[in-house]
Write a protein that binds this ligand. Structure first.
Ligand code: MG
Length: 166
């Protein structure tokens, strides 16, 4: 891989919501009457960040590495996906340095949980909390996101070359 000092990745994830499903974000269960439907645990934050990391080092996408056709990935904890993405970036000579997220959802309200989510994501990414940002917004009542039928997450990640650490 070329020796760029930095690489940027754009991640995205969206899940349909279903009543009675747990709402898991950054490995934390957030109280909500509905939650993401998915082959795995549907963790929007871990999926979007993993997607961004894979994009930054041009390593396909989550669906390529964790097919929803593979029974082994059924109800998979998404921290496994994030760990694999971080390891793949390291194999290419890069480490995660910063994450900025947009959660787009009507419910649950994120503000009361923001600090918990930032701390959890920072821990899983081995980053200081100040390098992890979690923003949230509604979709103003528009389309499936606005009707609360789905929730989405966008992530921008910055990776730095491990050579810069030397
Ligand atoms: Mg997903």
């Amino acid at each position: 891989m070329s020796t760029l000092p930095f690489r940027v990745g754009l991640g995205y994830d969206i899940h349909r919501l279903e009543k009675g499903r747990p709402f898991i974000l950054a490995g934390q269960t957030i109280p909500c009457e509905s939650g993401p439907l998915g082959h795995s645990d549907g963790d929007l934050i871990f999926h979007a960040v993993s997607d961004g990391i894979l994009g930054a080092v041009a390593c396909e996408d989550i669906g390529h590495h964790f097919s929803d056709k593979d029974p082994a990935n059924k109800d998979l904890s998404s921290s496994v996906i994030l760990e694999k993405a971080i390891a793949m970036a390291a194999a290419k000579g890069y480490r995660l340095a910063q994450v900025d997220l947009n959660l787009i959802l009507e419910l649950p309200k994120i503000a009361p949980h923001r600090d918990t989510l930032r701390t959890a994501l920072a821990k899983h990414c081995s980053l200081p909390t100040q390098n992890v940002s979690i923003k949230a917004r509604t979709h103003e009542g528009l389309d499936a996101l606005g009707r609360g039928e789905a929730a989405a997450c966008q992530a921008v990640v910055l990776l730095t070359s491990l050579e810069e650490d030397e």
